[in-house]
Design a protein around this ligand. Structure first.
Ligand SMILES: NC(=O)c1ccc[n+]([C@@H]2O[C@H](COP(=O)([O-])OP(=O)(O)OC[C@H]3O[C@@H](n4cnc5c(N)ncnc54)[C@H](OP(=O)(O)O)[C@@H]3O)[C@@H](O)[C@H]2O)c1
Length: 296
């Protein structure tokens, strides 16, 4: 890649994967929360003002859905106001902002996959703060890019799928929600897809990027266990039982039920179709879980 890239949130699950993937391909700088605190607008302006770049990818966010519900000011500052500041800095520099957003901007009532044209009507503070962030970015310039992803997993930070596999190694019984649906998205695949999208200079506005297909959390966990069994990883149980979303008493924020995202617009622009989530999970188990290279 010829573009000089800065990745904000480079210590997170997606940011770390993008940094590792893009660094060998060209000038890439990663900034972790320790190096750039989005809560400190003056620091953000000073730090980024001193850097030359063509593209800034913002992977930083308050991603804890329940914390957002109990700390709305923090959620709106990090997920809505800070992306607006990043967009202003990028616009002044003539750079493009690629801002990562979420399937949680939707209310989850629609059965068909959501397109970029469908109305975003969040049902949680997290979703509302992320939606406001999208709007702030595109209000500053329609030339910026908002990329919505869902159910992100990868080797740089454990997620639901790692929890399910860990539970199955340690316990006789594992359960996951069986009536909430979306698409797992592998960070290594997102890095590839984002790179393809960014190679189209005129790609702007909102895009959905996920792996292909759809499943429930229970199906997702079950398939990961199936892959572990196929790879000979010892398990205490090989089955993930299904529980209803309504039984999750610990959840504070409401979760949208159906948030599969259509990636047709991405395919139309790039000519590339994302591989199915099952292939991505099988790949992940083979290359990272089996090898023990999942970070903490
Ligand atoms: N995870 C999912 O399933 C999922 C689903 C849909 C959309 N998304 C979106 O995808 C993006 C990446 O998520 P992820 O899965 O990579 O989440 P993550 O692992 O939680 O990464 C978020 C990063 O943001 C950093 N951060 C938090 N507060 C910050 C601050 N004040 N200043 C600077 N950095 C700060 C975190 O720092 P620390 O390293 O110190 O924690 C972390 O590195 C986010 O925009 C998220 O909303 C994620």
């Amino acid at each position: 890649m010829d573009a000089r890239i800065v990745i904000v949130g480079a210590g997170g699950r997606l940011g770390a994967a993008l940094l590792r993937d893009y660094t060998p391909r060209g000038a890439t700088i990663g900034l972790t929360r320790q190096q750039l605190d989005l809560a400190d607008a003056a620091q953000v302006r000073d730090t980024l003002g001193a850097l030359d770049f063509d593209v800034l990818i913002n992977c930083a966010a308050q991603t804890n859905v329940d914390r957002c519900e109990t700390h709305p000011d923090e959620a709106f500052q990090l997920n809505a106001e800070a992306p607006g500041v990043l967009a202003e800095i990028c616009t002044r520099k003539g750079a493009k902002l690629v801002h990562i957003s979420t399937d949680y901007v939707f209310d989850g009532e629609q059965r068909a996959p959501y397109t970029e044209d469908d109305a975003a009507e969040p049902i949680s503070v997290y979703g509302e703060s992320k939606r406001r962030g999208e709007q702030r970015v595109l209000e500053v310039s329609e030339g910026h890019l908002v990329v919505r992803v869902s159910w992100v997993f990868g080797p740089d930070r454990p997620s639901f799928v790692d929890w399910a596999m860990q539970q199955a190694r340690e316990k006789d019984h594992v359960e996951a929600i069986g009536d909430k649906f979306s698409t797992p998205s592998y960070t290594l695949d997102l890095a590839d897809m984002l790179s393809r999208l960014m190679s189209h200079d005129d790609a702007c506005g909102i895009f959905h990027l996920t792996n292909g297909g759809a499943c429930s959390w229970q199906e997702y966990g079950q398939y990961a266990l199936d892959c572990c069994v196929a790879e000979g990883i010892p398990m205490k149980t090989r089955t993930v039982g299904a529980v209803p979303l309504a039984s999750m008493e610990k959840f504070i924020a409401r979760r949208p039920v159906h948030t599969t995202l259509s990636t047709a617009k991405y395919t139309q622009v790039t000519g590339h179709a994302p591989r199915e989530w099952r292939h991505a999970v099988a790949d992940y188990v083979r290359t990272h879980v089996l090898e023990g290279t999942v970070g903490s």
